[in-house]
Design a protein around this ligand. Structure first.
Ligand code: FAD
Length: 315
């Protein structure tokens, strides 16, 4: 069965009454059709911003999941203006566009399953501002997460969202997936640190949403709609992020494991650091039992649970 007719079958009845010319447009037109119009796009962009190089395309086909699909072209824009042109053009010519950050997703979000253009943000890699006075960072979407964290920490500031993949991800990708990490239990996820966004919509219009104040209570929280949207609502090109003061202490996981003798002493350690009801609950559950095999397993489980909590509490 051809894909276009398969997709039509899946549409609800009311949608099948769309004007016939729209209904006839196949969602994934033949690659050669794309290629013809894409070469026109190449001439509209600065040199080197669109490539069909068969050696390059496979690098932008997959993420860390098992699925991959080669795009027809890879766009590597350097400016928001170019992103606008690409999206406007693709919209007019019905060419699928898949935004791509670091390509470190686990769910195929940046895999161009319908071919078309992969729009990589890797050249949007500039940290535009770090303001210690305002506790704000303004970054382009392609800035590497780890790099931003290192830079702000040198200034005594802290950007908490820490997906385990942060050495390879981009801020734009973190925003599009609302990434969390071990610290999210204490500090929250990416959504809690996005103050403002520059976004290019599918028709090429640029939106500037939110602002740079920590206390911003006026109007709709539209920028938050884009956090976790997986690139479906637009391409993030710039972000204004909230920073915190760098905490003076961090949990030293390994040190505490050595210092603590099983769960009870760890729980006491937690309790001294913070008034945490959940830890006391865990302590009561682990009230000294003989060290039978199931007991050890249970205590190890509690040990992990409490260690996690301790890390979350101490950051
Ligand atoms: C080893 C490993 C550990 C991980 N650990 C964690 C973890 O602890 N917590 C967690 O939350 N996730 C984790 N992940 C998943 C993944 O790394 C995150 O989802 C990360 O935020 C993806 O960022 P990226 O830059 O690689 O985005 P990509 O994978 O390139 O893209 C992800 C999605 O965002 C869209 N997108 C990318 N950039 C933009 C943009 N500028 N504008 C609009 N849309 C865009 C893409 O189209 C896609 O839908 C892990 C993955 C791996 C491989």
């Amino acid at each position: 069965m051809r894909e276009s007719s398969w997709i039509r079958r899946l549409q609800p009845r009311s949608l099948t009454t769309l004007p016939t010319e729209l209904e006839q447009i196949p969602l994934n037109s033949a690659p050669n059709g794309h290629l013809k119009s894409l070469s026109k796009l190449k001439s509209l962009l600065p040199a080197g911003e669109l490539t069909f190089d068969s050696a390059v395309l496979p690098e932008f086909a997959g993420d860390k999941w098992f699925a991959a699909h080669q795009p027809d072209a890879v766009a590597l824009p350097r400016s928001t203006e170019s992103v606008c042109k690409i999206l406007q053009f693709a919209n007019r010519h019905n060419i699928p566009v898949t935004p791509r950050g670091g390509g470190y997703g686990y769910v195929g979000g940046c895999v161009p399953v319908q071919g078309g253009i992969v729009l990589s943000l890797e050249r949007f890699n500039r940290i535009l501002e770090i303001s210690a006075a305002d506790f704000v960072a303004v970054v382009q979407a392609g800035v590497n997460t780890q790099k931003l964290q290192n830079r702000v920490e040198k200034l005594g500031l802290f950007y908490p969202p820490d997906p385990a993949s942060k050495a390879n991800t981009q801020i734009g990708g973190n925003i599009a997936t609302n990434a969390g990490g071990p610290r999210c239990l204490k500090y929250g996820v990416t959504r809690d640190y996005v103050l403002g966004l520059e976004v290019v919509q599918a028709d090429g219009t640029v939106l500037r949403l939110g602002g740079r104040t920590h206390k911003n209570k006026t109007g709709f929280d539209l920028h938050r709609l884009f956090v976790g949207s997986e690139g479906l609502l637009g391409v993030v090109t710039e972000a204004t992020l909230k920073l915190l003061p760098l905490p003076p202490y961090r949990a030293c996981y390994a040190g505490l494991i050595l210092l603590s003798n099983w769960t009870d002493s760890l729980v006491q350690c937690v309790a001294r650091c913070a008034n945490c009801g959940m830890c006391w609950r865990a302590k009561n559950r682990s009230a000294s039992k003989p060290d039978s095999a199931p007991g050890v397993a249970r205590r190890f489980g509690l040990f992990v649970e409490n260690s996690r909590m301790l890390c979350a509490i101490l950051g």
